[in-house]
Design a protein around this ligand. Structure first.
Ligand code: NAP
Length: 547
């Protein structure tokens, strides 16, 4: 009897048509599509379970900032009809439960190898195959490799002097322990005030004896107004799911919300105030959808920023603390945060805010954190310091393309891709929501589905036409990188030190990584490329097949 496709071995490696790295929402759907097309596939996942970002980010208060009814798969209507969300914004445990439900419902686990961190991926020009190695020493070979490694999955831990001296436990929000962490009666430090910190600080403050927050840059947060989902609302939403999804796809962010094509500067101060109040009362990221120029014209942006600063001053009792919490940069330049009682937390007597904008955290001591010449004694430290975003997870893997070219070398000056899907010199390697695609500026799950469908169609096309190798041309890639930069320059989002431009990781090249031209324009471009027989790609029989 012939060996099944997935069990063939060559030179010690297990052979497949496709290896997918990562079993988050991207890897799971990729596997489902590959199976449907009859490809043999294996998913290699570093964690012990599915869920990706929602598997790792178990910090207190972790919750999605996209509303539950939209932060979900749409590839299966049965799935989206049967799944019941309980809250307007789903908390991490519920999203992880959803991920597990999907894995069970589509019987995905039998093709996922857990606890398998991929360390290397090397392309063999002659054989036209990728060989991947894991930390357990296993090797896998495949015609195609799909990196579903996530955009915010490589934790950024500051290298502070004395880290090893600290006597208590330390945590990073993106690698939170699986067992519950109880800060009751403890003195706790939180370093960072991004989305993760803004969600966890109110909860840690309720538990801790004392909480010290070290803030380098204040952030804008809009209230979530989270609430249980009204069953009536959910039923109605589900009855019109297709319409909502179609509407969402027409929005730059891929999220269906109320966006107004009106200039903030042409509105009167009263009209602006009314609009901002309405959106503040509704809550969430749609706050910035009130006027079309908020992310493009500084004077327009200032009006929204000042509105939020006024709200912070209203909420925080101590005027000095309120001023420290008021951001001065462009609102929406760094990712807008969505909070539940964040600013009010600073009215608690057990919470202290330390400004480290001028004098950075100097060192970690045996007993705490030293900043501004003062030692703050704590029992535990939480690093809410974010991620080496978009490129971190890819470059952690030793990826080598044609002629042994390391991806890290090619991306030395910043990531270079065609459509955020592929990179010249790395044939048959795909990225899901890679740098150069809208990804983090959109609703991630629909963006993931769009990429997965594009890749699945591409692989089917390759098989149908008996092609073996696909790789972007350097001309198409250069033109796309130029376009990504050009549109980034039009937006105020490229003007501050955010993780979008790699500014949070010392030494990282400063390049605006996601594509800011909007979801609809991007999808149109991807569809045109495919319709034109993969325009901008060299598609070939492959050297091995040609010989
Ligand atoms: P982040 O936005 O990058 O925030 C990291 C914070 O740590 C910043 O305040 C940063 O200050 C600070 N920091 C870093 N190194 C520091 C140092 N050496 N000393 C002092 N402060 C330091 O990371 P994040 O909060 O984990 O969020 C990352 C992204 O994940 C978000 O933007 C969002 O896209 C996503 N996320 C989403 C949700 C949600 O759906 N609700 C929740 C969490 C995260 P600077 O600003 O000065 O660099």
């Amino acid at each position: 009897m012939p060996e099944p496709e997935s069990e063939r071995h060559s030179s010690g490696a297990v052979d497949f048509d496709v290896i997918v790295v990562g079993a988050g929402f991207a890897g799971m759907y990729m596997l489902h599509r590959l199976r449907g097309l009859g490809f043999s596939a294996r998913v290699l996942e570093a964690g012990s379970g599915v869920g990706g970002t929602w598997y790792w980010n178990r910090y207190p208060g972790a919750r999605c900032d996209i509303e539950s009814m939209q932060y979900s798969y749409q590839f299966s209507d049965e799935l989206q009809q049967e799944w019941e969300w309980t809250e307007r914004y789903a908390a991490q445990p519920e999203i992880l439960k959803y991920a597990n439900h999907v894995a069970d419902r589509f019987d995905l686990r039998r093709d996922i190898e857990f606890d398998s961190r991929v360390r290397s991926a090397v392309y063999d020009d002659r054989a036209g195959r990728w060989t991947l190695g894991t930390d357990s020493g296993k090797r896998y070979s495949a015609s195609y490799c799909v990196m579903a490694t996530g955009c915010l999955s490589s934790p950024n831990k500051p290298r502070l002097p004395g880290m090893e001296r600290f006597k208590g436990p330390t945590y990073h929000t993106g690698e939170w322990p699986h067992e519950s962490v109880d800060f009751t009666g403890k003195r706790v430090a939180v370093i960072g005030t991004g989305s993760s910190a803004i969600q966890s600080i109110p909860i840690i403050a309720e538990q801790a004896e004392h909480l010290v927050v070290f803030q380098r840059t204040p952030n804008y947060a809009i209230p979530a107004h989270n609430a249980p989902l009204d069953p009536e609302y959910q039923r109605d939403f589900k009855a019109h799911y297709a319409e909502f999804r179609a509407r969402a796809k027409q929005m730059p962010t891929g999220v269906a919300f109320d966006y107004r094509d009106v200039s903030a500067l042409e509105a009167t101060p009263e009209e602006r105030q009314e609009e901002y109040e309405k959106r503040w009362a509704r809550g969430g990221l749609a706050f910035l959808g009130g006027f079309r120029d908020l992310l493009f014209v500084k004077a327009a942006n200032d009006t929204a920023a000042e509105f939020v600063r006024a709200k912070i001053r209203e909420k925080v009792n101590d005027p000095e603390v309120a001023e420290l919490l008021c951001p001065t940069n462009v609102i929406g330049c760094k990712r807008l945060c969505v909070d539940i009682g964040y600013y009010e937390t600073y009215n608690r007597p057990n919470v202290t805010l330390i400004d480290v904008s001028r004098e950075p955290v100097e060192e970690i001591t045996a007993n705490g954190v030293r900043a501004g010449g003062e030692e703050h004694e704590v029992d535990a430290i939480v690093f809410a310091t974010g991620f080496d975003a978009m490129t971190g997870a890819l470059l952690k893997i030793d990826i080598r393309g044609r002629g042994g070219l390391p991806l890290a070398e090619k991306w030395d000056g910043g990531p270079r891709t065609y459509l955020g899907l592929c990179s010249a010199g790395f044939p048959n390697l795909f990225m899901i929501t890679g740098p150069g695609s809208p990804s983090v500026l959109t609703n991630m799950i629909p963006s993931i589905e769009q990429h997965v469908d594009w890749i699945a169609d591409c692989l089917a096309y390759m098989r149908e036409h008996e092609f073996a190798e696909i790789e972007p041309t350097i001309e198409a890639e250069n033109a796309w990188v130029q376009h990504v930069n050009d549109v980034a320059d039009l937006s105020l989002r490229s003007t501050c030190s955010s993780w979008y431009i790699g500014a949070n990781v010392p030494g990282k090249p400063r390049v605006f990584m996601p594509y800011i031209g909007g979801f609809p324009a991007y999808v149109k471009k991807c569809e045109e490329v495919a319709a034109e027989g993969y325009a901008g790609f060299n598609v070939a029989a492959g050297r091995a097949a040609a010989e």
